[in-house]
Design a protein around this ligand. Structure first.
Ligand SMILES: *Cc1c(COP(=O)(O)O)cnc(C)c1O
Length: 382
C-alpha cells in the first residue's frame, strides 16, 4: 500500500464539479407531466403540490409544512410572519441569502462569531450582542452540522426572542432522533438544484406551530384569505406544479442518491483522514448526516500549503472545489460599514480562510473520487 503518489497526477479530461443535480427517471417525470397536461392546472395548490406536500411531511416527519418557490423567499416570508423588524443576530459564515433575507425585510442583521468546532453560530457571542432592539436569532445548520439548538433555545426564552433556522443543508437531518425542524419557531429548507433533494428551484418552511405555517401559507399567496378578503401584504412564494412533480420524482429516488453519496463519503474518509495537514469537517454523532457537502479544512498553521493553494492547484487538474463560505457575509459592502458588524469575528474569519468543499454528489465514480484523493495527497505531502 502506497498512500502517496510520487509523480504529479494527470488532469481529469473533464471538469469535476462540487455538485451535480440528481435527475430522476425521465419516464416517471413524463407521466406526471401528462397528468398536469390533462388537469390543465399549472400552479396554485394542484395535485402535484399536494402530493409533494404529503410525501415530504411523512418523509421528514413534520406536521406543519408550507411549500415555497425558494428558500430565500421562504426566509423573507418567515421573518415577516414573525413580524421581525429590529435586529436579528445571525452568522456571517453562510450563503448570502441568510443576511439578505433579514435586510430585505428592513430588519438589521447583526453578525455573531461562530463556534470554531461546529462552525455554527456561537451562543456566547449571541448573548454579547443582545440589545433592546434584538428580536430574533437566525442560525444556520451549516454543512449539516446542527446549531447548538438547546443553548439558543435557552437564550431565546430568557430574552423573549424568536428563533429562525436556515435549514438549507439539513434535508432529512435528525438530532437525537428528532427532526431538526422541530427546534426553533420556524426552519426553512432549500430545494435548489444544488441541494440533495431538489425541485430545480424551491423550498419549504416547517414549524412546531400550525398557526405560523398558516400565516406563511397566507403570505406566500399575496395575503389572499378568500375571494373577497386580502388580509396581509403578501408576496408570491408558491411552488408550481411542474416543479412539485419533479420533487415527487426526486423524492421517490432520493434513497439512491443518499446511498451513492455515502459511498463517496466513505472513500473520502478512508483516504483523507490520514493526511495530517488536512482536517475533515465532521457531522457530530448526535445528528444524522444530511450528506449535503463534504468539506475539508486546511489549517493556516500548515507551512507552505494554504487553502487557496490547494483550491488553485486542484483547479489545474480539472477538480473544481468551492470555498464555501468565503468571503464572510460580514465583509460584503452592504454590511461591513453598517450596524451589522459590531464585534471582531476571528473564528468565522479563520474558518472562511481554511475551508474547501470537495466534489460531492452521487454521480461521482469510485475512480473519480480516488483520483481526487490522489491529487490532494500529492499536493499536501509533496
Ligand atoms: C442554498 C442556500 C440558500 C438559498 O436557497 P434558495 O432556495 O436558492 O433560495 C440559503 N441558505 C443557505 C445556507 C443555502 O445553502
Amino acid at each position: 500500500t502506497e498512500p502517496f503518489m510520487k509523480s504529479p497526477p494527470k488532469p481529469f479530461p473533464y471538469p469535476l464539479y462540487v455538485t451535480r443535480p440528481f435527475l430522476p427517471d425521465l419516464a416517471r417525470y413524463q407521466e406526471r407531466l401528462a397528468s398536469i397536461w390533462s388537469d390543465r392546472w399549472l400552479t396554485n395548490k394542484g395535485r402535484q403540490h399536494d402530493a409533494l406536500h404529503d410525501a415530504l411531511r411523512s418523509f421528514l416527519g413534520y406536521d406543519n409544512l408550507s411549500l415555497l418557490n425558494n428558500a430565500t423567499q421562504g426566509l423573507c416570508i418567515a421573518l415577516k410572519a414573525l413580524d421581525i423588524q429590529g435586529e436579528v443576530i445571525t452568522t456571517p459564515f453562510t450563503f448570502p441569502a441568510t443576511p439578505h433575507a433579514i435586510s430585505w425585510n428592513n430588519a438589521t442583521p447583526v453578525f455573531a462569531d461562530i463556534d470554531s468546532r461546529r462552525l455554527t453560530i456561537d451562543p456566547q457571542s449571541i448573548e454579547s450582542l443582545i440589545s433592546p432592539r434584538t428580536e430574533a436569532i437566525l442560525g444556520v445548520h451549516v454543512y449539516g452540522i446542527p446549531c447548538d439548538v438547546e443553548a439558543i433555545d435557552q437564550i431565546a426564552k430568557r430574552h423573549g426572542l424568536k428563533v429562525i433556522y436556515d435549514a438549507a443543508h439539513v434535508f432529512g437531518t435528525r438530532l437525537n432522533q428528532t427532526p431538526i425542524g422541530q427546534f426553533g419557531d420556524v426552519s426553512v429548507f432549500s430545494f435548489h438544484a444544488t441541494k440533495l433533494f431538489h425541485t430545480a428551484e424551491g423550498g419549504c418552511a416547517v414549524s412546531p406551530s400550525p398557526a405560523l405555517i398558516k400565516t406563511i401559507d397566507l403570505l406566500k399567496n399575496f395575503g389572499i384569505e378568500d375571494e373577497e378578503n386580502v388580509s396581509a401584504p403578501g408576496v408570491n412564494g408558491k411552488l408550481n406544479e411542474l416543479q412539485a412533480a419533479l420533487g415527487c420524482c426526486v423524492l421517490e429516488e432520493v434513497q439512491t442518491e443518499l446511498l451513492s453519496r455515502q459511498r463517496v463519503l466513505s472513500i473520502y474518509q478512508a483516504r483523507l483522514a490520514s493526511i495530517a495537514e488536512l482536517e475533515l469537517v465532521r457531522i457530530p454523532g448526535e445528528a444524522s448526516n444530511s450528506l449535503q457537502y463534504f468539506v475539508v479544512r486546511v489549517p493556516s498553521r500548515v507551512t507552505g500549503i494554504s487553502r487557496d493553494y490547494l483550491h488553485n492547484a486542484l483547479r489545474q487538474l480539472n477538480i473544481v472545489t468551492r470555498k464555501y463560505f468565503f468571503p464572510l457575509c460580514s465583509t460584503f459592502p452592504h454590511y461591513r460599514n453598517s450596524l451589522s458588524v459590531r464585534i471582531p469575528l476571528p473564528k468565522a474569519e479563520s474558518a472562511a480562510s481554511e475551508v474547501l468543499a470537495l466534489p460531492f454528489h452521487g454521480q461521482l465514480t469510485d475512480d473519480e473520487v480516488h483520483g481526487i484523493c490522489d491529487a490532494i495527497s500529492y499536493l499536501m505531502t509533496k
